[in-house]
Design a protein around this ligand. Structure first.
Ligand code: ARG
Length: 588
């Protein structure tokens, strides 16, 4: 049982106890589920809030109880004995407050240190999920919106993977569509000999795109050729396919530079992948009677939305929606995903809303949106510049992401050099730390906000070593590691031979926060909100600071226990960094 137990969050363990109590307290109400939440008040660590709701359910039924407080008393009295509870009390209109046993807490933390932090992973009842993220468009710029999608999507994927969900990390790149006709024709014009086509020759694909667009708009003969090129590409003509593949490859190299720096893994299944499946899916939807004619196009009407979802354009071509409906079909039927998560800016919310509703009409998804299989659009706000407008460079060009990340790194390297680290460390250590801090700062500045809000991109702020920044947190972790190192004790040995005690109030508060790690990850996963984990991590460092300033570690009578508390804190911090895609550093 104890192996089972360690996997459960504190909240779940308490909920189990309250569930037992509820079955005894109100045997005639077997459907009532325990409502347990962590509380910040001084009366307890957790609270059960069932009494009031229960009272309104049973008061008309000739019950023995006299009101919510007496229901609360009974719930408390019927709690089975448990080593995890130190004491309990009833407050106000029947809230049952629980104070956890500090010995039990200490034992749980110690067990984690021995068995590893993965034993604290929450359990999410999904076997396989798709996270559709990053998803830039070929030959167009990969902009800060794609950066946000990459950072948020990666964090969500990491949290789900930690929770034992198999995640298909999908890069739904825009690699199909009419713009390719123009690009291919322009490529043929510039490089009559296909051998000459390579990244160096093309240089900047975005400039190439612009130039071909100008040509397209100015020259009707070119335009005609470009339109034919689309048809020939879609018809599968070798020469056209090859040119298309070349353009995709060059774009991909640029995307990969960003992914490499960020340490993000993705598997590309672009729009083109789903193209062959579209006719079949549309036909099946038509056979169900869902597809109607409207102004020459074929559309699906959706209740409550006054514009229909266009699935075949009036020229017979497919569009973004045809592809997304088909990709959803594929993910549900071929990939057997139970949870499909799309990470894009909030501007695409209506698109996804319509695609999901169409899928519900087709019976692919249950109507309620809670039972699996399930889809979620994870929207996010804009990245703003100092001027409060969309983030741009000074020359009002779109920011090149590689340059942005390189600047983050070089700024953090400069800060390290300013502190004389170039004299203390090897070049390799300096580079490694500059990358961890620089990229970590960019990621954390993005993730710490509720994703729906816009945020202002500011290097000085995100690279500040004070306040709620990655730099501050990375340094806090490194400092804990150095406390342990400098103690001269073998921490692996201590884990096995010494025990943790949480006697001081600040030790206990830190210990409780450590124990809440799993339920926070669970909440962040269920609500698809990485900022919840950032907040937890920041608070963890605050609890640690309080502990460290009030409890002497090295040289005290409690030294070994406190070193173990330090180690547990560093371990949980590292796991948080890992889940946020941030690389921890050990020296500062
Ligand atoms: N390529 C799109 C864009 O840049 C994002 C694709 C998101 N994923 C999807 N399945 N539609 O806006």
């Amino acid at each position: 049982a104890s192996d089972e137990e360690i996997k459960c969050t504190v909240k779940q363990l308490l909920a189990q106890l309250f569930e037992q109590s509820l079955r005894t307290t109100v045997p005639d109400e077997p459907d009532v589920e325990p409502l347990v939440a962590a509380c910040t008040g001084k009366f307890g660590d957790y609270q059960c809030n069932n009494a009031m709701g229960l009272w309104s359910k049973i008061k008309g039924k000739g019950t023995q109880f006299r009101g919510p407080p007496s229901v609360g008393q009974a719930i408390m009295g019927n709690l089975p004995p448990s080593e995890m509870i130190e004491s309990s009390s009833v407050a106000g209109p029947g809230f049952v407050n629980v104070v956890l046993s500090k010995d039990w807490m200490a034992k749980k933390i110690q067990k984690m240190l021995i068995d590893g932090i993965d034993t604290w992973a929450p359990r999410i009842s999904v076997k396989r999920a798709v996270v559709d993220f990053s998803s830039p468009n070929i030959a167009k710029e990969m902009h800060v919106g794609h950066l946000r999608s990459t950072i948020i999507g990666d964090a969500l994927a990491r949290m789900l993977e930690f929770s034992k969900v198999e995640v298909l990390r999908r890069n739904h790149v825009g690699d199909w569509g009419t713009q390719f006709g123009m690009l291919i024709e322009f490529l043929f014009e510039k490089f009559p000999n296909s051998e000459d086509v390579n990244e160096a020759a093309i240089g900047d694909l975005q400039k190439f795109y612009k130039a071909s667009k100008e040509r397209f708009d100015a020259d009707s003969a070119f335009k005609e050729k470009a339109q034919q090129a689309v048809v020939r590409l879609q018809g599968g003509e070798h020469k056209y396919r090859q040119a298309w593949a070349k353009i995709c490859e060059i774009s991909r190299m640029e995307f990969d530079k960003v992914y490499q720096r960020l340490g993000v893994l993705l598997e590309e299944k672009g729009e083109s992948f789903y193209n062959p499946y579209i006719p079949g899916v549309i036909e099946a939807l038509s056979n169900q009677g869902l597809v109607e004619e409207s102004e020459g196009a074929r559309v699906i009407f959706i209740k409550g939305i006054n514009i229909p979802l266009i699935v075949v354009k009036s020229d017979g071509g497919y569009n973004y929606a045809s592809t997304d409906l088909t990709a959803l079909w594929y993910r549900l039927n071929e990939e057997k995903a139970e949870w499909i998560i799309y990470v894009t800016d909030v501007g695409q919310q209506q698109h996804f809303d319509m695609v999901f509703k169409a899928a519900k009409r087709a019976g692919w998804l249950p109507d309620d949106g809670n039972t699996y299989p399930k889809t979620n659009h994870v929207g996010f706000g804009l990245v703003l510049g100092e001027d409060g407008k969309r983030f741009r460079t000074r020359s009002s060009e779109v920011v090149r992401l590689v340059d942005l990340l390189d600047e983050a790194k070089s700024r953090s390297k400069d800060a390290l050099i300013e502190r004389g680290k170039d004299k203390e460390w090897t070049e390799e250590e300096l580079e490694h730390t500059a990358e961890a801090v620089g990229y970590g700062a960019v990621k954390y500045a993005d993730l710490k906000n509720n994703r729906l809000t816009n945020y202002t991109f500011n290097f000085d702020q995100m690279l500040n070593d004070k306040g709620n920044t990655a730099v501050y947190l990375l340094y806090a972790h490194a400092r804990i590691c150095s406390i342990i190192r400098k103690s001269g004790k073998d921490i692996e040995e201590l884990k096995k031979t010494e025990t943790i005690a949480l006697d001081h109030a600040d030790e206990r508060a830190l210990g409780l926060h450590l124990l809440q790690f799993a339920e926070v990850v669970e909440e962040a996963c269920n609500n698809l909100l990485p900022n919840v984990l950032c907040e937890y991590l920041y608070n963890l460092s605050e609890y640690f600071t309080k502990f460290y300033s009030n409890c002497q570690v090295v040289g005290s009578a409690e030294e070994t226990s406190r070193l173990l508390i330090c180690e547990a804190t560093a371990t949980v911090m590292r796991k948080c960094f890992h889940l946020l895609g941030i690389v921890p550093v050990y020296k500062i």
